[in-house]
Ligand binder design. Structure first.
Ligand code: SF4
Length: 352
């Protein structure tokens, strides 16, 4: 691997940051100049601006010297024949390989982009292929923004959302993920509404408190999967560091600061986390905190791995959850045939 260039990347700069850089070379640069350069870069190829020529030349030269604008290489795109999810295998300039997924939404012709935040992951959730890779490195903000841009470029319709649910624990790479989300939400670059950007976490309580204190406008999904301390500690080892009560307190703080109804993701594993004890523990932990519970089938490709619950077990669990009086949704996790589904991303090529 070659080290990444230390220059700031254009993809992850705000208008104010680019303007400050440009003004070190071109004192007459304006916010409009910075905005147009960013917008033109995002809409590549064929970067154009409509500035008068001498200014344009100066601005482009300053931009080229003060920032980097390289890209990721698409190694492979593979489409799941069942549901149209497209997995993108991407290579960074230093050789690191990671993934993004183009997700068809129910709204006709619309898509969302699932982004990785790290290469591998340090959290070690036992049902997740990424967790078995260990953490190789954090992705930089520009790599996430560039992954978003590339997937959007290939999408056959409008991209209306972005989710940080690919490889990695986004809040373990807090600063870079927030920088990437801000760039994706800029009206002249990513053009995604802030509340259509979702960040998923296994529950890093201190970072959730920071998210609350900073009143970040993005939607949060907390991957809970079990509300029974000992079981969750086995399934999601982060629980040994941040207890469920610490996590619940942090989620309350997020709700108090942002008023959003938090989504709880529940990876359903047959015979593991569908019992009465889970429902009682959920009730004790959260009481009347407004939640949305998303049930997601486990995706474990190992022959001896976790198994999906049959319809009967799932229906019984859903019935039991009614006592919480919170919306319960079964969320589809697609791309399974191409190992693009939740928990399956491991930077593997499809077909060798
Ligand atoms: S589920 Fe998420 S946090 Fe857990 S190991 Fe996989 S990528 Fe990391």
């Amino acid at each position: 691997m070659t080290p990444l260039d230390p220059l700031p990347h254009l993809a992850a700069l705000s208008e104010a940051e680019l303007l400050a850089l440009l003004r070190t070379r071109v004192p007459t640069a304006t916010p409009t100049h910075a905005r147009r350069l960013l917008a033109a870069w995002f809409a590549r190829p064929g970067v154009k601006t409509d500035q008068p020529k001498p200014v344009r030349r100066e601005l482009h030269q300053a931009c080229a010297e003060l920032t980097r604008s390289d890209t990721l290489q698409i190694i492979e795109m593979s489409t799941d024949p069942d549901d149209g999810f497209v997995k993108y295998l991407l290579r960074s300039p230093d050789g690191a390989v990671h993934e993004a997924v183009q997700i068809p939404l129910q709204a006709e012709g619309c898509f969302s982009v699932c982004l990785s935040s790290q290469v591998g992951c340090a959290m070690g959730c036992v049902f997740c292929a990424t967790g078995r890779l260990g953490l190789q490195r954090h992705l930089q903000a520009w790599e996430m923004v560039e992954a978003f841009r590339l997937v959007r470029l290939h999408a056959p319709g409008r991209v209306s959302g972005a989710v940080f649910m690919g490889q990695g624990e986004p809040l373990h790479n807090y600063d870079e993920v927030m920088r990437a989300a801000a760039a994706i939400a800029q009206p002249y670059t990513g053009r995604i509404a802030a509340d259509a950007i979702t960040i998923s976490t296994v529950g890093l309580a201190p970072q959730l408190l920071r998210f609350a204190a900073e009143k970040r406008p993005y939607r949060l999904v907390v991957s809970l999967t079990s509300a029974v301390e000992e079981r969750r500690a086995q399934l999601l080892p982060i629980t040994q560091k941040h207890s469920l009560s610490e996590l619940a307190a942090a989620m309350r703080a997020v709700h108090a600061a942002t008023r959003q109804r938090l989504t709880v993701a529940w990876v359903v594993m047959a015979g593991v986390n569908t019992g009465d004890d889970e429902v009682a523990a959920l009730q004790a932990l959260f009481g009347d905190l407004p939640l949305r519970i998303n049930l997601i089938d486990v995706n474990d490709a190992r022959p001896d791995g976790f198994v999906r619950a049959e319809a009967e077990e799932l229906a019984a669990f859903r019935d039991r959850l009614q006592v919480l009086r919170q919306p319960v949704v079964r969320r589809y996790s697609g791309g399974r045939q191409r190992h693009a589904a939740c928990g399956m991303l491991a930077a593997t090529r499809w077909g060798g």
